[in-house]
Write a protein that binds this ligand. Structure first.
Ligand code: ZN
Ligand code: ZN
Length: 450
C-alpha cells in the first residue's frame, strides 16, 4: 500500500484532517463535529452527464405542459408551472412571483445547463478556466432551486382538492416528476471535489493541496484539536481547497488559487448579518401568521384564511398527514429555525462551548430544512391556477403570502451567513471540551460508508 496522504480542514469546525484516498461510494466525516468532509462517487461523470442531458430534454415539457385538470360540476380548469407564476404577477404579488420564478423555473434550467456544459466539456477533455467560473456559479445557486418542494406542493394540492373536484393527471405532471428525480440524482452523484481538481489541474491552475504539508502538522498537544486557522491555513468556502494564509494578514482578501472565490478564514460580519436576518424573519413572522394568506371566493362571497386555518382544514378533513406536513413546513420550521439560530449565535457570542457536536447537528438540520417552508407558497400558487371556475369558485393569494416568502428567504440567508466555525473557535487547543460526553477528537479521519 502506498496511498498518498491528503490534508484538508472540516468546513464546519475547521479541524485539520489528514486522510488517504477515499474509497469509491464512501464518504469522509469529521470526527469532531460529524460534518461530511469528502465523498467519492464512482462513474460520477457519466451519470451526471446522462442525467443532466435527460433533464434538459424534459425541462420544457415539464414546465409548459399542463400538470393537472380539475373537473367539477361539468367545469374544467388546468394549468402548468408557468401559469402559477403569471397568476401571482397579475394579482400584484411581485415578490412571491419572483421567488417562485427563480426557484421553480429559472434556477432548475440554469443548474441543469451548467452541469451539462461542465460534464460534457470534461467528457470531451476540453478544459478551461471558464468551467471553474461556471461550477462556482452552480455551487452558489444550488440550494435555491426547489423543484422537489414544488412537487410536494402538487401532492398537497391533490390531497386538498380530492373531495371537491375530479383530478386528471396530464403529461406535464409526469415530466415534472421525472425532472425532480433527475435533479435529486444529480445532487447524489455529483463528485464536486473531482470536478474542481480535474478542471483546475487540466486547466493549468494550481493542483489541490499544492504547497501544503502532506499530513496535518503535529502541535505540541498531540491529542488535541489542531485547526486550519491555528496552522496558518484557510479553507476555501466554495471549492474546499486548503491554502496558506497570506503572511502577516489575519484575513486574506485574495482569490482562491483554485476556484477564484474570495477567501476568508471566517465569514466576515457573520454574527451581525445573521442577527439582522433573524430579527427581520422574527418580525415578519407575525404578519405572515396573523394576516390571511389565501382568499377563497365561493358564489362571489370572499372568505379569507390564514396559514393556521389551512392546517385546521386538513385536520378537520381527516387528512392528518398532510395537515402535519403543512404545520411542520409553514409554522414549526420557521420558528424552529429562528430559535435554533438564536441558540447558535448565543453560543458563538458568549463562547458557551458545551454540546457543540449537538449544536453542529442543529446547524446542519437548520440549513437542510429551511427551503421546505416554501411548500405553502407553492400550494397557494397551484390552487390559484387550478381552482378558477369564474363566479362559482376561485382561489387567490392574500397579503401574508409576501411576508411569508420574505421570512423563508431571510431565514435561508441567515443560515448561509452564519459561520459555524466561530462556535468551535472558543475550544482552545489545550481544552478538550466541556461536554459531559466529549466527542472523539483526533486529527485523523473516519470513513463511513454512504
Ligand atoms: Zn468538523
Ligand atoms: Zn476555492
Amino acid at each position: 500500500m502506498h496511498d498518498q496522504i491528503h490534508t484538508t480542514a472540516c468546513p464546519e469546525c475547521d479541524l485539520l484532517l489528514s486522510f488517504s484516498e477515499t474509497l469509491a461510494n464512501h464518504s469522509l466525516c469529521c470526527p469532531r463535529c460529524g460534518c461530511q468532509v469528502h465523498k467519492r462517487i464512482s462513474d460520477w461523470l457519466e451519470k451526471t452527464l446522462v442525467l443532466s442531458a435527460t433533464g434538459l430534454l424534459l425541462y420544457l415539457p415539464a414546465l409548459l405542459l399542463p400538470l393537472m385538470t380539475l373537473e367539477t360540476l361539468g367545469m374544467t380548469d388546468s394549468g402548468n408551472v408557468l401559469d402559477t407564476i403569471l397568476v401571482f404577477y397579475k394579482n400584484g404579488y411581485f415578490v412571491v412571483a419572483l421567488v417562485v420564478l427563480v426557484s421553480a423555473v429559472f434556477l432548475p434550467l440554469l443548474l441543469l445547463s451548467l452541469i451539462f456544459t461542465i460534464t460534457l466539456s470534461l467528457t470531451l477533455h476540453r478544459y478551461s478556466a471558464f468551467l471553474l467560473k461556471l461550477f462556482r456559479l452552480y455551487i452558489f445557486l444550488e440550494e435555491w432551486a426547489m423543484v422537489e418542494i414544488y412537487l410536494l406542493g402538487i401532492m398537497v394540492t391533490i390531497m386538498k382538492m380530492r373531495h371537491t373536484a375530479e383530478i386528471h393527471f396530464n403529461p406535464g405532471f409526469f415530466c415534472f416528476t421525472a425532472l425532480v428525480l433527475i435533479s435529486m440524482g444529480i445532487s447524489t452523484f455529483l463528485d464536486k471535489e473531482q470536478i474542481w481538481s480535474t478542471i483546475a489541474t487540466k486547466g493549468g491552475k494550481r493542483p489541490s493541496g499544492d504547497g501544503l504539508p502532506t499530513a496535518a502538522p503535529e502541535n505540541e498537544h498531540a491529542a488535541q484539536p489542531q485547526t486550519a486557522l491555528r496552522s496558518g491555513l484557510v479553507l476555501c468556502h466554495t471549492c474546499r481547497q486548503l491554502q496558506p494564509l497570506q503572511p502577516g494578514t489575519a484575513e486574506p482578501s485574495v482569490p482562491c488559487t483554485r476556484c477564484g472565490s474570495l477567501i476568508h478564514s471566517r465569514k466576515p460580519e457573520s454574527i451581525s448579518q445573521t442577527s439582522a436576518l433573524i430579527l427581520t424573519s422574527a418580525f415578519l413572522l407575525i404578519p405572515a401568521n396573523i394576516l390571511p394568506i389565501m382568499q377563497v371566493q365561493f358564489m362571489g362571497v370572499p372568505e379569507y384564511s390564514t396559514i393556521v386555518d389551512g392546517i385546521r382544514f386538513f385536520f378537520q378533513d381527516g387528512a392528518y398527514l398532510i395537515g402535519l406536513i403543512i404545520l411542520t413546513a409553514s409554522v414549526l420550521v420557521p420558528i424552529f429555525k429562528i430559535f435554533g439560530l438564536v441558540i447558535l449565535l448565543y453560543t458563538t457570542r458568549f463562547q458557551r462551548n458545551f454540546y457543540l457536536r449537538e449544536k453542529a447537528v442543529l446547524f446542519r438540520f437548520i440549513s437542510f430544512i429551511g427551503r421546505w417552508s416554501m411548500l405553502d407558497i407553492f400550494v397557494i400558487a397551484l390552487l390559484t391556477v387550478l381552482v378558477n371556475f369564474g363566479f362559482f369558485t376561485s382561489i387567490h393569494a392574500a397579503p401574508a403570502a409576501t411576508y411569508f416568502c420574505i421570512v423563508v428567504t431571510s431565514t435561508m440567508f441567515a443560515a448561509t451567513t452564519f459561520d459555524p466555525r466561530l462556535m468551535w473557535d472558543s475550544c482552545r487547543p489545550d481544552e478538550r471540551s466541556t461536554d459531559p460526553a466529549p466527542p472523539r477528537v483526533s486529527p485523523s479521519s473516519s470513513i463511513d460508508p454512504l
